[in-house]
Design a protein around this ligand. Structure first.
Ligand code: DON
Length: 538
């Protein structure tokens, strides 16, 4: 009986497989990086080669957002096997960080000690070796050219530089504040070594030696053995159904997929399409509040901590039953999120599909804008500050205001909990590749855009560009962009007890692709908030 039920589910579940051949497409935050990906497709590479080249190039031309000094998650769909997999290239905690005592005295945001062991080089190398067709030299070349020839500083990067340059090390200042063009010769050399030696060079070879020497001199915590033991991990994505749509999303150590599954699990029996705007927003915010509470209190690296059965349908039904339509539940009534231990311009997301239907949804990060602000002089690598994604200070909010629990405490070799949510949403006849930067707000952004796709009441560009709103349990407020609520809806939400907090700036930088599987028609949707582009193969 159970077998028949499962079989039925398999037959009925939408599959990303399609009869139609596609034109290939890359949608990314910077044109030169999307072009790097497209150049691989032109050389008969596949979506995975394109993703590797785009990732490396983004690390050069968006130095404030991602790079080989950071990490991230690549969600893949391998068409010929009809299989999904997540490449986990998340940073790990260096041994010297112990249980995080260093952050009682030192910052987990600024300076070399805030860096986790970078994962991106291992992730890209694994992607190329396991799934690509082209060789590493070809794939790395566009990034090398961009680093050595330089690129012009655009308005977005300029404003990030103005905001964050006070945290820069000397070398970061020399490199990024030299003028209207940024050249990164030391990084170009490191990329050349990566092209030749791949992860062996980065984690055990010359680059490793240089990086560790810089760390020792300048107060960083990363040592030879941290690099030598870094491993990229292939993980099963989080897969769940919501009212005829299948979600494939990031697994732990990203909280993204589980938090999305938590929200949609609570709302399984609600027909959002028939609700008026105030009711819909109220319900979504209440479900977010409960799902983020679970995230913050219980999630961490599942290789280190036991994660409770948060997605048990009975439990989710109970959470739904606790939502009152007429009144917001104060977060303090739901519980707390740090039980045991007492703006979205950085990070990057891109989406790729190739002619065979292979897909990549990748979100990559160095955490805060320009990561730790520390640029290793001998390698040109700008190091991340992902240590701040751990619960480094008991009961205190991190840079994104998240108050988190012991499941996400610092431990040697552990991966810090992430909100990065690269996702595929597969409907009866269309597929949506989606993701965005934006710290803790990433999950609610992917949620709102996916709802746009599923409810399909507006043009596709609106799913990405509509003003956003967000609740993350603590602080107990709805954070929103200008224009997210009309005055009547805002009044109604306040009447129900919600506190509204207008964000000073718009947030996120989503890069999505809509695929109509029957016809093969593709719509690239770059976020109007940023400078991203969609490039289609001619
Ligand atoms: O992994 C995370 O959740 C964060 N390090 C992502 C940071 C981010 O998106 C910054 N962008 N605003």
């Amino acid at each position: 009986m159970l077998f028949r039920f499962l079989l039925l589910l398999l037959i009925c579940a939408p599959s990303a497989l399609s009869a139609a051949p596609y034109q290939a497409m890359v949608v990314a935050a910077q044109k030169s990086a999307a072009e790097a990906g497209m150049a691989m497709l032109e050389k008969s590479g596949n979506a995975f080669d394109a993703a590797a080249a785009t990732a490396l190039a983004l690390g050069v031309v968006e130095p404030g957002s991602s790079g080989i000094g950071g990490g991230g998650f690549f969600l893949l769909y391998i068409a010929r096997e009809d299989r999904y997999v997540m490449i986990d290239a998340r940073e790990t905690s260096p041994k010297l960080a112990g249980n995080g005592e260093v952050f009682e005295q030192q910052s987990s945001i600024d300076g070399p000690q805030s860096a986790g062991v970078p994962g991106l080089a291992a992730g890209v190398d694994h992607l190329i070796e396991t799934y690509g067709r082209l060789n590493r030299n070809v794939i790395t070349q566009p990034a090398i050219d961009l680093a050595s020839n330089g690129f012009a500083v655009g308005p977005r990067l300029r404003s990030m530089l103005e905001w964050r340059s006070s945290a820069f090390s000397d070398m970061a200042r020399t490199t990024f504040l030299a003028g209207d063009t940024i050249r990164q010769p030391a990084l170009a050399d490191t990329l050349r070594r990566f092209a030749r030696g791949g992860r062996d060079d980065f984690y055990r070879g010359e680059t490793a030696g240089r990086l560790v020497a810089d760390m020792k001199r300048d107060g960083g915590l990363i040592r030879e053995s941290d690099l030598a033991t870094y491993r990229v991990i292939e993980r099963e994505p989080i897969i769940f159904d919501y009212r005829g749509f299948q979600f494939v999303s990031a697994a732990l150590p990203s909280s993204g997929g589980m938090t999305l599954a938590n929200v949609f699990g609570q709302l399984q029996d609600d027909n959002l399409k028939v609700l008026n705007q105030s009711d819909r927003i109220h319900l979504l915010v209440e479900a977010m509040k409960r799902a983020y509470r679970d995230r913050n209190a219980h999630m961490g690296d599942s290789d280190f901590v036991e994660i409770p059965d948060l997605l048990n349908p009975k439990r989710l039904q109970q959470q739904r039953a606790g939502i009152r339509m007429e009144h917001a539940t104060p977060s303090s009534e739901i519980g707390n999120s740090s039980d045991a231990i007492g703006p979205g311009t950085d990070t990057t997301h891109f989406s790729v599909i190739d002619a065979e239907g292979n897909m990549v949804s990748a979100t990559l990060s160095i955490n805060y804008a320009f990561g730790s602000g520390y640029l290793s002089p001998s390698t040109g690598i700008l190091l991340n500050d992902e240590m701040d994604d751990f619960a480094t200070r008991p009961g205190k909010p991190n840079a994104f205001g998240l108050v988190q629990g012991s499941a996400n405490a610092v431990a040697p070799g552990k991966r810090m909990l992430s909100s990065m949510t690269p996702t595929f949403v597969i409907g009866p006849d269309r597929t949506f590749i989606v993701g965005t930067p934006g710290g803790s707000r990433i999950i609610s952004m992917v949620l709102l855009a996916s709802l746009g796709f599923m409810l399909d009441e507006t043009a596709a560009a609106e799913w990405v560009n509509a003003p956003r709103y967000h609740h993350q349990f603590l602080p107990d407020e709805i954070q929103h962009e200008q224009g997210a609520f009309n005055p009547d809806v805002a009044n109604e939400l306040q009447k129900r007890g919600h506190k509204l907090k207008l964000m000073k700036r718009r947030y996120g930088n989503m890069h999505a692709i809509l695929i109509e599987r029957e016809t093969g028609k593709l719509t690239g949707i770059p976020d109007a908030r940023g400078e991203g582009v969609a490039i289609r193969q001619e």
